[in-house]
Each structure stands twice: as structure tokens, then as C-alpha cells.
Design a binder for this molecule. Structure first.
Ligand SMILES: [Zn+2]
Ligand SMILES: [Zn+2]
Length: 406
């Protein structure tokens, strides 16, 4: 890697002034950020690359953000009294850094693509930075260029420390390093982090949707649910009753519990008059933050699956007795019960789409689709989708039904 660094240094001779971006930095291969097009001229292999000349900026006292060259350059680290190095990159740093007894290092393997899950590291990276600074160890957070991945980590830290919005934290970091630019997926994750009060709340609906879309993107690629995404499949509500919920959904035919209220993934109805075109599901019209997706990972636009076929003989629209306390007030669609994937849905683990059958009486309850957007009768397009149709599954409460499975 050091040899590679020297080669590039020759190409881009001279010191890069603070706050300016290297002229012709090579780019990691799989970067799709539109604003980075100017940077994607060079597609070098990992052996060739360096992040350009040493380039780092102090974001606040003791906290530095920079490129891989800075992180691998011991004289720079020594000069700036940097004794903690946080790497967010596709490769770890060379051994002269990682095995240096004077340095505390942490490595997170991540690519600079929107579907990369960085938010799951925010709590531990924030702690790493916080602990290091508390021990008066200066910290360098770096990725390849110090533009997207590591900037995201530093912004998450600033957001948490000062309770800032994404925009405010970005502004602060940019005032010290003006070309930081998290990719769209990372921006979504940072905003989600603020929404969850600077922590990870697995019960948060937006977080569930984020994880689910991430899992769906992976299913689209792998054609099955990868092991590292299994967490999106929640326990069978008929089996697990750690904290029983009064509101459940049951198979109308055999009364088996098939979902809990907390499994519902609500959406707002598509506003009347909005165009019914098959547009991207990643930009819902209701103002929710879309989970950014690479163009090639968006659901096929001609591949919408419709739930209307299930609706013809159902009494949707009149059967809204469930959950009256909130259904009228919150403005959420109740035409179809979109829910989280659940453990009883055995087909979802190895199929990209299919039907959902009651695990007890095998009647068809609904469908699922990991790979295509599903259009709700209200017009909203849901991706991925796991749903029960109200003619087959009904809302009921513990009070009404004493035979709750425990
Ligand atoms: Zn049944
Ligand atoms: Zn709907």
C-alpha cells in the first residue's frame, strides 16, 4: 500500500491545501454518489490505491477526519498526537499501524455504497471517539478519502454529542472540512439516528423499515434472505409471548394468532389525485425519508404486484372496527395489513415472492414480495411487502378471546 501511495503522490504532486479535495483521487469501485462523478475517473485496484497525499482536518479539538494516507502515516499521527485511529474502509490499515503498540485502533469494514449499514455502528463508534477523547487521546476517523464513510461517523458523533440535526452537524463538520459528503444512504441513516434520539431503537417503525429495505436489497442480489439479515424476521406471535400484547390479528378460519399489533407496518394512503404512475417506491409521496437505493437495486418499475385481486370478495372499507382508538386519527391506511416478516412465514427465507398460508389451517392469508413493490389499493407502493388481507385475517383482542396462545 505504501508503494501505491507513492505512485499517486507523484501523480498529484505537492501538498494539498487544507479544505481542498485532491485533484484526481482514485475512487473505490462501487461508489455511486452522483456528486462524486467528477472523482470516479480512476478505477484502480486496491493494490494501486491510496487516498492521495496525506489529508486530514481537525473537526473539533482532538478529533480529526481524514484519508487513508493520513492514517497510515506514522509521522503525521505522531506530530498531531493522534493515538486512536478509527477505520471505516473495505480494508484494514497496514500492520505498521494496526500493530503499533502506541495506537488504539478500531476497524469497521464498510463500502461506500448507499445500502451499506453504518447506523448499526454509530453507538460503538461514538463510544470509541468519546472514550479516546476522555483519555486525551486524539482521534483520527478515516475512510479512503475522508469524504463519505468516515464523515458519516464523525457527523453521527457530533449529532450525538451536541444533540444536533443531521443538517446542523453536517454544517459544523463542513466548516472544517468542506468537501465531506455522505452518500444518500448514509444521510438517510444519520437522519434516522436523530429521529431515534441518537440511539438504536429496534422497535422504531422507521428503523424496522430501514432494516427491511436493506434486507430486501440483499434478497434481490442473493435471491434468498442472507444470514446477516435474519434479524428482520420477527418471532411467531403465536409462540412467543414475552410481553403479551392485547391486540392481535387472527386467521378468520381457525383463529390462530398470525400477527401482533406491533408487527404492523403502517403507511399513509397515497393522496387522492396523485399520479398512479409506477414510480420509484423509494420516494413515497407522504414525506417519509426514503431509504436510498442504488438505481439498479430499485424494484423493477414494470413489476408492480397488486393486492386488488385479493380484495374483490373482501369487505375492506367497511370492516374497520379494529383499533378504532387510533385508526381514524392517525391517517394511516387500513386497507391491507402490511406486517413485518414473521417466523411462521416459512417461504420467505428461500423465495423472493409467494403466498402466505396460515400455519395451522393452511388457508391463504396474503402474500409477500421481497423484490417488487406491491401496490396497496390506496395507491401506496410498498417494498418489500408482507401482508394479510382483511378478509382472511382479523383484528381481535385478548379480552374478546380468552383462548390466547401463551
Ligand atoms: Zn388458519
Ligand atoms: Zn394503503
Amino acid at each position: 500500500m505504501n508503494e501505491g501511495a507513492e505512485i499517486v503522490v507523484k501523480k498529484v504532486a505537492g501538498h494539498i491545501p487544507k479544505g481542498s479535495i485532491p485533484k484526481n483521487p482514485p475512487k473505490p469501485k462501487d461508489h455511486h454518489h452522483p456528486h462524486h462523478h467528477a472523482l470516479s475517473t480512476y478505477r484502480l485496484t486496491r493494490e494501486d490505491i491510496s487516498g492521495g497525499p496525506v489529508n486530514l482536518d481537525q473537526i473539533e479539538p482532538g478529533l480529526w477526519l481524514g484519508n487513508v494516507t493520513a492514517a497510515a502515516d506514522l509521522p503525521t499521527l505522531e506530530k498531531l498526537a493522534i493515538r486512536s485511529v478509527l477505520t471505516i474502509d473495505s480494508c484494514p490499515l497496514p500492520a505498521h499501524v494496526t500493530e503499533n503498540p502506541g495506537l488504539r485502533v478500531k476497524y469497521i469494514q464498510a463500502s461506500d455504497v448507499p445500502r451499506e449499514d453504518l447506523i448499526k455502528y454509530f453507538e460503538e463508534t461514538n463510544k470509541f471517539i468519546r472514550d479516546s477523547l476522555a483519555e486525551e487521546r486524539n482521534v483520527l476517523v478515516h475512510c479512503y478519502f475522508g469524504v463519505s464513510r468516515s464523515a458519516t461517523i464523525v457527523i453521527a458523533y457530533m449529532m450525538d454529542k451536541y444533540r444536533l440535526s443531521y443538517e446542523a452537524a453536517l454544517h459544523r463538520v463542513k466548516s472544517r472540512r468542506r468537501f465531506v459528503l455522505p452518500n444518500p444512504g448514509f444521510i438517510t441513516q444519520l437522519k434516522l439516528f436523530a429521529l431515534m434520539n441518537y440511539t438504536i431503537d429496534p422497535q422504531n417503525d422507521r428503523y424496522k423499515l430501514f432494516r427491511l429495505k436493506l434486507a430486501a436489497d440483499n434478497v434481490r442480489k442473493a435471491k434468498r434472505l442472507p444470514v446477516n439479515c435474519m434479524d428482520v424476521v420477527k418471532p411467531d406471535p403465536a409462540v412467543t409471548q414475552e410481553s403479551p400484547e392485547p391486540i392481535v390479528y387472527r386467521c378468520r378460519k381457525c383463529r390462530r394468532v398470525v400477527a401482533r399489533k406491533s408487527n404492523l407496518l403502517m403507511h399513509k394512503p397515497k393522496p387522492a389525485g396523485a399520479s398512479g404512475g409506477h414510480h420509484s417506491t423509494s420516494s413515497p409521496a407522504n414525506g417519509e425519508e426514503p431509504v436510498a437505493q442504488e438505481p439498479e437495486s430499485e424494484p423493477p418499475k414494470d413489476g408492480l404486484s397488486y393486492v386488488t385481486e385479493h380484495m374483490r370478495r373482501s369487505s375492506i372499507g367497511s370492516d374497520h372496527s379494529h383499533d378504532r382508538s387510533s385508526s381514524e386519527k392517525d391517517g394511516m391506511c387500513r386497507k391491507i395489513f402490511f406486517i413485518e416478516p414473521l417466523a411462521w412465514m416459512t417461504d420467505i427465507f428461500h423465495n423472493t415472492q409467494g403466498r402466505l398460508y396460515c400455519p395451522k389451517c393452511t388457508v391463504k392469508l396474503g402474500s409477500f414480495n421481497w423484490v417488487m413493490a406491491t401496490k396497496c389499493p390506496c395507491g401506496a407502493e410498498i417494498y418489500p411487502a408482507f401482508y394479510l388481507v382483511p378478509s382472511k385475517a382479523e383484528y381481535s383482542t385478548v379480552v374478546q378471546n380468552v383462548q390466547v396462545t401463551v
